[in-house]
Design a protein around this ligand. Structure first.
Ligand code: SF4
Ligand code: SF4
Ligand code: SF4
Length: 294
């Protein structure tokens, strides 16, 4: 789609205006420390790159995060959509391009794309509920619930194969949020509802609820792309390094963590989105970003 010259043709303002006041106060309150200022700049830049088809066109690349290729100004392809096409068309080339993209980005940065690039993560950072002041990390029940996203990821290829359909795409709430709803609002005649329209919109409503009422709720429990990238945190070149000799055991790091990770000890957690909030919260520089060779 060519840019109409009308900024409202982009889903981004719709998403972020929806956050309104809360987004503004979150930026003022949380994006104040050095790493967070850089992260905010990065999140805005990627938000723009993600929706800049009016400049770059459709690039043929794959987003190393979750975004819908049907969004009005999408520049790249959705990793889950590519996975489904790879299964439906038994395409080894598509499977290799997808795994190559995720492997290269995640083996260098771990899940940092979630904290620094993904617009859906950014949306949650801006409009998600304030997190509870919790020093203890996630509860056992919460820890188990985090496996749901892995189950969803594992279920996609067999379900696509058995049904012979883009089973996830048909009901994808992120597609609903970033493509279906903007298209419906901006050009009501431009969308032909399918049999999956009602389930998809219902899932969008549930997802919005999760995004607003649970900090990073979608990323924690349901995102299959986060599930693809998370395990790389254990081996990625970029790590969060912990120097125990400097630690005061104040647990400011755990309190700051939006993913409720048991910091500073679980610094290789698959749940870590490399946001750096724990590093900024540490009074003694016991935590820092570093590459494995540093
Ligand atoms: S887990 Fe969250 S931040 Fe990461 S790709 Fe999914 S939606 Fe984006
Ligand atoms: S451990 Fe630190 S970098 Fe990782 S998600 Fe939590 S606050 Fe962000
Ligand atoms: S914030 Fe720093 S000093 Fe406090 S517990 Fe975490 S690593 Fe230790």
């Amino acid at each position: 789609m060519i840019c109409s010259g009308n900024c409202a043709s982009c889903p981004v303002p719709l998403l972020f205006l929806a956050g309104g006041k809360r987004a503004k106060s979150r930026i003022k309150k949380e994006y104040t420390k050095p790493i967070q200022k850089k992260r905010l700049a990065s999140q805005f830049i990627f938000l723009f790159i993600t929706n800049a088809a009016f400049i770059f066109g459709v690039t043929g690349l794959i987003y190393p995060y979750f975004y819908c290729w049907e969004a009005p100004q999408a520049t790249m392809s959705c990793p889950i959509g590519i996975m489904e096409h790879a299964v439906l068309e038994t395409s080894i080339a598509l499977a290799l391009i997808l795994t190559g993209t995720i492997f290269i980005v995640s083996s260098i940065f771990g899940r940092a794309a979630c904290g620094w690039a993904c617009p859906i993560g950014f949306l949650q950072d801006l409009i998600g509920k304030d997190k509870k002041k919790n020093k203890k990390g996630m509860s056992e029940r919460d820890r188990k619930a985090r496996y749901i996203k892995y189950a969803i990821l594992a279920a996609i290829p067999p379900v696509v194969y058995i049904t012979g359909t883009m089973a996830y795409t048909n009901i994808c709430p992120i597609g609903g949020l970033t493509a279906t709803i903007p298209i419906l609002l901006l050009s009501p005649g431009g969308y032909t509802p399918t049999a999956f329209f009602i389930p998809k919109i219902t899932l969008v409503a549930l997802t919005i609820f999760l995004i607003v009422f649970v900090r990073r709720g979608w990323c924690k429990y349901l995102c299959p792309v986060g599930a693809m990238m998370g395990p790389f945190n254990k081996v990625s070149l970029l790590q969060i390094k912990f120097d125990e000799s400097k630690c005061l055991k104040c647990y400011n790091c755990a309190i700051a963590c939006p993913m409720d990770i048991n910091m500073p000890y679980d610094n290789k957690s698959a749940e870590c989105i490399r946001c750096g909030l724990c590093i900024d919260a540490c009074p003694t520089d016991a935590l820092k970003f570093g590459f494995t060779w540093q």
